[in-house]
Design a protein. Structure first.
Length: 282
């Protein structure tokens, strides 16, 4: 059984006195929009602003709340999944605290809270944010309606199914690892490159690809530099074989000059045997 903090129970007790922002049931509308990079599920909250669940490629969902003129004062807000009026006797579920910021961009909740809010909507509950007002400190209550969510959920999931497998930040800087003394691409390395390739093909702003080859410190420096070159070439050749323009590549070979871990351990040496793939944009 979910325990609700006393502060949330107090908020529920005095909710009738709160300044409440909620779209009327007959006016509730969900919007789903997105592409290969991100999907957004949005509900307009009458008189307040917009509540959005955002799922970006390669990342967990997040919750964002924006206000046209935010009446909440900055600081921690209580968030809970509240039962609608037509479900009397159902207990509210605590989601946790989310920090309210200043300005129109009210708050962003990480995936743990976002997942709980989405689960609440799926079970017919209404995610609710409560925080004192900037003037007088009276409670301000923002309610996200669950009306029509099940249909919107299907559309949102369909959009998510078309997302790229990795995020922009993951694609922009990716590490391809290699075995000791070799430059052959492993199955895991090819899987990672396939994910990067999907991003390259979808990213119209891509202007260049930098490959930095590295090695551990086993052997002499000249051999290690050549090994780092072969590793960078292996990555380039794999991507060009999949149709990537060879003119996009800039390659650099560093040998064992820039370790990211200690070469005194097997784990450290494995981390140092790598090619860093960096995507550049206009």
């Amino acid at each position: 059984m979910t325990r609700i903090p006393l502060v949330v129970l107090a908020a529920l007790t005095f909710s009738a006195e709160a300044m409440t922002f909620q779209t009327r049931m007959e006016d509730v509308q969900w919007q789903v929009e997105g592409d290969q990079f991100a999907c957004r599920l949005t509900q307009s909250v009458a008189g307040y602003g917009e509540a959005s669940f955002v799922r970006r490629a390669g990342e967990h969902p997040q919750f964002e709340l924006t206000a046209w003129d935010n009446p909440m004062r900055p600081g921690p807000a209580q968030v809970f999944n509240d039962p609608p009026p037509w479900r009397p006797g159902t207990a509210a579920q605590s989601v946790g605290q989310i920090v309210v910021g200043a300005g129109t961009y009210t708050m962003m909740a990480p995936y743990e809270q976002a997942d709980r809010m989405l689960a609440g909507l799926a079970s017919g509950l209404q995610p609710t944010i409560m925080r004192g007002s900037q003037v007088g400190g009276d409670p301000v209550r923002v309610v996200i309606s669950s009306v029509g969510y099940q249909k919107a959920r299907l559309d949102f999931q369909q959009c998510i199914s078309g997302l790229l497998p990795i995020s922009a930040s993951q694609a922009a800087q990716s590490i391809i690892s290699f075995g000791a003394g070799g430059s052959n691409l492993s199955a895991d390395a090819k899987t990672r490159l396939d994910a990067i390739l999907q991003y390259i093909n979808a990213d119209e702003s891509l202007s260049g690809i930098i490959l930095d080859g590295h090695s551990d410190n086993q052997g002499n420096r000249l051999d290690n530099r050549e090994l780092s070159r072969q590793r960078a070439l292996a990555v380039r050749d794999y991507l060009t074989e999949q149709g990537v323009d060879e003119n996009l590549f800039t390659m650099r070979f560093h040998g064992d000059s820039y370790p990211v871990a200690s070469n005194r351990t097997a784990e450290g040496r494995a981390a140092n045997r790598r090619v860093m793939v960096r995507l550049q944009h206009d």
